[in-house]
Structures are given as structure tokens and as C-alpha cells.
Ligand binder design. Structure first.
Ligand SMILES: Cc1cc2nc3c(=O)[nH]c(=O)nc-3n(C[C@H](O)[C@H](O)[C@H](O)COP(=O)(O)OP(=O)(O)OC[C@H]3O[C@@H](n4cnc5c(N)ncnc54)[C@H](O)[C@@H]3O)c2cc1C
Length: 489
């Protein structure tokens, strides 16, 4: 008797379902693994694929297994799939979190062979072939790890409390809170130097996330909030984008980086390249450029630099001896498996795959999606004892958006910038938003904010009012006494 918990008892595959067959046997499912029970029935145990992580990689793997003769168990610590490329829009108040997230159950509701489990995987037991949740263990036949990456502060973890990164919905709403709160505090700040600090926004990291965030912030300050305040001019906000390398958008061709920088300048963003952040505090950052240090007073620092792999990579390495790269990503075989463990695949941002070009593939959504689909093919081929070709990434190009109607697009042979690139960006992003309802909603939202320059999701939530009072240091309104009134009377 095979050692597996859930199995179906089915009649012999040669018997077709018919009205003469007792009803529980009518739902015949033909699978790869069949075992004869002592009663002569075929015990049909479906091969269980446990996928950890419902991001682009895990979700696309689960969906691609739709018609496969396997049982799919998708585990995620969140109950939704998040469209991370639009997180910056949430951070800048352009979209609400619900616009860019789809419940995993809803996405997979029609996929009969898939189950979704809400739970955080805290350990792996490879000897027993099971994953360990906080409150359960789930056995697997094939394990797919797709838990992605999180941001890294290059050994300065204490910066995280001051300079939020952008990876989760909570990160995005925290950024939105900080940004909107800064304008509110500036409106009530009589001291010009303190007001300047509230009106100074520092974004660390000039990759696509930093560029998109800076552009959206520039637009928020220059257009959306332009007429909302009485004491401050939001358009005068100082937005600094700090990049340690030679130029912004390092993976793009230099000409497109230059166009992106020009686009940012038009939105009031100052780009500082070859500049390193060496300290971050509540009311300032310290940067170093060409050996000279500068202290920049600011109350809002946003982190868009550096990633590190999910801790599951390290756990896996502890039990398999698989090498990790310096970001903690798992160095996988050409078929995305772990060396010596053909029943464990690592895909998406968590995988370091360098077999194609000698350098690791970038941590972008198309890599994760293609690896997810490949993992599914590889699992089915292995069940059928068929060989499978190594994974090959088909690179369709990259894009980054700079504000309301400008972007840069690098399609290898063709480069676009400005409005045409933005239209392509819009089309591609809508295409890949997982749920149809979301696409329509997001399109309407965008159309609305495009024509009205309004941003509907400018909500400050949480402990903000209290924080604002603290920040105002005992002057809760910031208003001078009303005419004819004497202070304190
Ligand atoms: C702000 C931002 C902007 C981006 N912009 C772009 C862009 O414009 N274009 C582009 O191509 N790419 C972009 N990316 C990159 C892209 O989003 C990633 O490459 C992609 O999401 C990777 O997919 P993944 O499935 O590997 O990981 P993720 O999408 O990160 O999914 C990982 C999943 O694992 C779950 N998880 C993690 N740990 C556990 C655990 N222990 N137990 C259970 N579940 C767990 C998480 O909840 C999550 O759902 C952006 C990323 C960010 C953060």
C-alpha cells in the first residue's frame, strides 16, 4: 500500500462511466499512478504537486498544470496574487490595493485539480517529503518553491523602520501614508527649515522601481496636489532620486536611461548618480558623492534598492547542500531543479538561473511566468518518463514608466520612449493583470486620473493623526491665533 493520505478508489480505466456504474465511481479520473487494492480495485493516487508561493511563478505553474493528471496544492501566506509592477501606483495614491490584487481562490476557482491553502511555510522536511506550515504539514511528491525575494538594506536592517521598501501591499500603503503625511505636516509647519525637510523626498535606488516611484511622486506633487493646500506649494517639493551607479535604469541601453532622466527632470525630480546613501535617520539622510559627504534634511526616505531571497532558499540549502548566490537565491539546474533532487524545483525570483547567458536572469515577471509554465511541463514530462529540454527564457524586452504619459521601452531591436512607449506599457500591464474585472476597473481608474489628473486613493490610514501631532511638537494645528483673539485666552 503506498504511503499517501488522500487517494481515490476508482474502477479499472477500461470501464467507461455509465449509468450502470455506481455513482461514486462515475467520476473517473485517469492519472499516472495506479495501484491495485486487495479488493481488485485500482487505487488511483494522484501525484501531488505542492507549490509554495502564489506570485507570478507559482500561480503560472499552478495554472499550467490545469489539465495535468496531478493534484495541485498552492500555498501562500497571503490569500491573493499581487501585481507588483503596479505597487508604485498604490504608493502614490493612484490605485487602491484591491485594484492590483486578485484572491488566489477566485483565480483558481475553475481549476478542479487545484487547492489553495492559506499558510506560511516555515520549514521543509525533505526526508519525509513534506513542507511544514506554522500549524500543519503537507506531504508532496513534487515540490515547487516560488517564494520570491524581499528587499535588502545591505546590512543596515535598522533603516527599514525609517525607509520603507516596496514589495507588499502593506509596504505600498505605508509609503502612501508617509508621502501624504509629509505634505500635511508641511502645511502646518511654520519653521521654514523644518518645512523644507517635510517637503524633501529621497528615493534610494535608480532601477525601474525607483524611477517609477520618483515619476509618480513628481506627478503627485506637480499636478494632483497642486491646488489642495493653502500654505505650501506642493509643486515645490524636492524629490531626489539617489543612484549609486553611473545612470538610472542600468539594465536599459544608455540612450533610454538618458531619456528617462530627462523625463524625470521634467517632473521636478533631481537625479543624483554615483551617489551612495551612508546613513538614514528620522530627519535626514547622509549621502557620499566623489568622496564628499552631504547631509540632506528630509522626513521621507523611500527604499527602492537591493533585494535578498526569501528565507526558504537558505532552508533548502541547509538540507540539500544546493549553492546559493550572494543574494541567497538558489542556483538551479538547467531544468530548474535542485542538484540531486529532481522532485524539487525552484522558480521565479528565488531561482538563480545562469545557464543561458552565464549571468543570472533578471528578477522580472516574464522570467517568473515562463519558469512557472516550464516547471509544469517539466513535471508532466517526468511523470511520463519523457526527457525535457533545459529552460530557455524568451526575452520580449523591458519597460519602465515615467509619470503620466511617458515611458521607455527596450525591445532589443526597437527602442521607444515618451507617449508611444507609455501606450505599449499600458497595454502590456493591463493584459497581464490576472483577473478580467480588475483589468476593466484599472483601465477606468487610469482613464479617469489621466484626464482629470486626480488620484482617488489618497487616503491616510492608521496612526497618522497621532504621529502628525507628535511631529508638530505640541503645536497641534499650526495655525496662528485667529484675528482678534489673543493666544491662550
Ligand atoms: C515594486 C516592484 C515593481 C516591479 N515592477 C516590475 C515590472 O515593471 N516589470 C516586471 O517584469 N517585473 C517587475 N517587478 C518584478 C516582479 O514583480 C517579480 O519578478 C515577480 O513578482 C517574481 O515573481 P515570483 O513568483 O518569483 O515572486 P513573488 O511575485 O514575489 O511571489 C512570491 C509569493 O510567495 C509568497 N510567500 C513568500 N514566502 C512565503 C512563505 N514562507 N510561505 C508561503 N508563501 C510565501 C508571497 O506571499 C508571494 O505571494 C517588480 C517588483 C516590485 C517589487
Amino acid at each position: 500500500m503506498p504511503d499517501r493520505r488522500n487517494y481515490f478508489i476508482l474502477v479499472h480505466p477500461s470501464i467507461r462511466p455509465s449509468s450502470s456504474v455506481p455513482s461514486p465511481f462515475r467520476r473517473i479520473q485517469y492519472t499516472q499512478e495506479k495501484f491495485i487494492s486487495s479488493e481488485g480495485f485500482i487505487l488511483n493516487i494522484r501525484h501531488r504537486v505542492v507549490i509554495v508561493g502564489g506570485g507570478f511563478a507559482g500561480l503560472y505553474a499552478a495554472q499550467a498544470l490545469k489539465r495535468a493528471p496531478v493534484e495541485v496544492v498552492l500555498i501562500d501566506k497571503r490569500n491573493f496574487h499581487l501585481f507588483q509592477p503596479l505597487l508604485y501606483q498604490v504608493a502614490a495614491g493612484g490605485l487602491s490595493p484591491g485594484d492590483i490584487a486578485s484572491p488566489l481562490r477566485a483565480v483558481l476557482k475553475r481549476q478542479k485539480n487545484a487547492r489553495v491553502l492559506l499558510g506560511e511555510v516555515t520549514g521543509l522536511d525533505l526526508r519525509q517529503k513534506q513542507v511544514i506550515l506554522r500549524d500543519d504539514v503537507i506531504p508532496y511528491d513534487t515540490l515547487v518553491l516560488a517564494t520570491g525575494v524581499r528587499h535588502s538594506y545591505f546590512g543596515h536592517d535598522q533603516w527599514e523602520a525609517i525607509a520603507p521598501g516596496l514589495k507588499t501591499v502593506e509596504d505600498a500603503t505605508e509609503m502612501r501614508r508617509k508621502i501624504l503625511l509629509a505634505f500635511e505636516a508641511a502645511e502646518r509647519e511654520p519653521d521654514p527649515s523644518k518645512r523644507l525637510a517635510w517637503m524633501t523626498f529621497v528615493i534610494v535606488g535608480g532601477g525601474p522601481t525607483g524611477v517609477e516611484l520618483a515619476g509618480a511622486l513628481g506627478e503627485l506633487a506637480r499636478s494632483t496636489l497642486a491646488r489642495d493646500f493653502r500654505c505650501i506649494d506642493p509643486a515645490s517639493a524636492r524629490i531626489l532620486l539617489i543612484e549609486g551607479g553611473e545612470r538610472v535604469l542600468p539594465p536599459f541601453p544608455p540612450a533610454l536611461s538618458a531619456k528617462a532622466e530627462a523625463g524625470l527632470r521634467r517632473l521636478g525630480v533631481t537625479v543624483r548618480v554615483r551617489t551612495l546613501v551612508t546613513a538614514i535617520a528620522e530627519d535626514h539622510v547622509v549621502v557620499t558623492h566623489a568622496g564628499a559627504q552631504e547631509i540632506i534634511p528630509t522626513r521621507t526616505v523611500l527604499w527602492a534598492a537591493g533585494v535578498q531571497a526569501s528565507p526558504l532558499g537558505k532552508m533548502l540549502a541547509g538540507q540539500t547542500g544546493v549553492p546559493l548566490d550572494r543574494l541567497g537565491r538558489v542556483i538551479v539546474e538547467p531544468d530548474l531543479s535542485v542538484p540531486g533532487f529532481p522532485d524539487i524545483l525552484v522558480i521565479g525570483d528565488l531561482a538563480h538561473f545562469a545557464h543561458q547567458h552565464g549571468t543570472p536572469l533578471p528578477g522580472v515577471a516574464p522570467v517568473a511566468m515562463q519558469q512557472g509554465r516550464y516547471a509544469a511541463r517539466r513535471i508532466v514530462a517526468r511523470l511520463q518518463d519523457r526527457p525535457v529540454k533545459p529552460f530557455h527564457y524568451f526575452d520580449k524586452g523591458s519597460m519602465a514608466v515615467i509619470g503620466r504619459a511617458a515611458a521607455v521601452a527596450d525591445f532589443k531591436k526597437f527602442h521607444f520612449s515618451g507617449y508611444p512607449a507609455w501606450l505599449i506599457w499600458l497595454f502590456v500591464h493591463l493584459l497581464y493583470l490576472v483577473e478580467y474585472e480588475n483589468r476593466v476597473l484599472v483601465l477606468i481608474q487610469w482613464a479617469w486620473s489621466y484626464f482629470t489628473r486626480n488620484r482617488g486613493a489618497r487616503l491616510i490610514t492608521g496612526q497618522d493623526i497621532v504621529l502628525l501631532k507628535e511631529a508638530r511638537n505640541g503645536n497641534p494645528t499650526g495655525l496662528s491665533p485667529a484675528p482678534g483673539k489673543i493666544a491662550g485666552v
